[in-house]
Design a protein. Structure first.
Length: 328
């Protein structure tokens, strides 16, 4: 049993290794997940020990096949008299074999696949590991499936990830200055206009700063949503309804007190003609309602039922202005 109350480097390393085993097994309950969150945030040294233990786990998983093969060959190899020259020769071969294990993956590393969708297009991608990714309109994503991990970069847009369980190959998604790490789960990631949102539908994910960015790590469970502005340390975690967040896959956008600017960012991923809001106050107006995605003009008319706006078309696109007449 993991004892999060002990102190000292040795105890911390033991606890970190135990947490890695439990997390990669994917059987952590809600109570244990809360205990893990508390342990991880109790001291910076705990997070460092966890990262070190996870790195060791990944390194072992990457070399597991070579180690098993070497051990099986050693068991079947005949025993021969040894001498100094033989030992030296064996040492050279062992060093060469070790170098091959380390260098080979770098030489023949995983290929990166890139996926993109046009405005208004929705696409389902089945990855080689069995994971399913649903891409929303205007999304760009690259995927690299390696022996030691599965790495995705969401450059822009929105995607739902249904990750196949593989304890030996953790699944990470890079979105701006945040990294989302999972083993097997379903979650939505949205990156638009310098903002990153993560909503969990099943399982659990860890969201932490990437590349020296400021902030702390968060562990999200089903029904939780994280909102983060890139470059800022502050992050907001709140309750969310996953079925509503994932509604875009069936052509529906559901909002609960989201600012108009976020609604417009979503709509601009669906239609070629750009939409912009005339003033900042109007852009910050909270919106609650459902928008069915079909014709752009029809969507704007439905939007006008949720917030007092008028739309003006020009060669540059559509401009939304506050409808003064409706305020009277």
């Amino acid at each position: 049993m993991i004892n999060a109350r002990r102190h000292g480097d040795d105890a911390r390393r033991e606890d970190a290794a135990a947490w890695v085993v439990r997390l990669e097994a994917g059987d952590l309950g809600e109570a244990e997940a809360a205990t893990f969150d508390a342990w991880l945030s109790a001291a910076p040294a705990n997070a460092a020990a966890f990262d070190a233990a996870l790195a060791v786990s990944h390194a072992y998983a990457a070399a597991a096949d070579e180690v098993a093969l070497a051990l099986s060959q050693r068991r079947t190899a005949p025993v021969r008299p040894t001498n100094r020259r033989a030992l030296v020769g064996f040492g050279v071969m062992a060093a060469a074999a070790a170098l091959a294990v380390v260098v080979a993956p770098e030489i023949s590393g995983p290929q990166t696949e890139t996926y993109a969708t046009a405005k208004g297009e929705r696409r389902t991608v089945e990855l080689a590991d069995g994971s399913i990714v649903d891409l929303n309109g205007g999304a760009r994503m690259s995927v690299s499936l390696g022996r030691d991990g599965r790495r995705v970069t969401l450059a822009e847009g929105q995607a739902v990830f249904d990750v196949a369980h593989d304890a030996r190959r953790p699944f990470t998604v890079a979105a701006g200055d945040r990294t989302i790490r999972v083993v097997g789960t379903q979650f939505d990631v949205r990156r638009l206009g310098g903002k990153v949102s993560v909503t969990v539908a099943r399982g659990a994910v860890e969201v932490r700063p990437a590349g020296g960015a400021s902030g702390k790590a968060y562990r999200l469970h089903p029904g939780q949503r994280l909102d983060h502005v890139e470059g800022a340390a502050a992050t907001r975690v709140a309750a969310a309804e996953p079925a509503e967040v994932l509604g875009w896959r069936s052509g529906r956008l559901v909002y609960r007190q989201q600012p108009l600017s976020e609604v417009i960012a979503d709509l601009n991923q669906q239609f070629v003609t750009p939409i912009r809001v005339e003033d900042a106050e109007l852009a910050a107006t909270p919106i609650s309602g459902v928008l069915v995605l079909d014709d752009q003009d029809a969507v704007i008319r439905r939007l006008a039922l949720l917030v007092p706006i008028s739309a003006v078309r020009s060669d540059a696109g559509v401009v939304l202005r506050r409808d003064v007449a409706s305020d009277r």
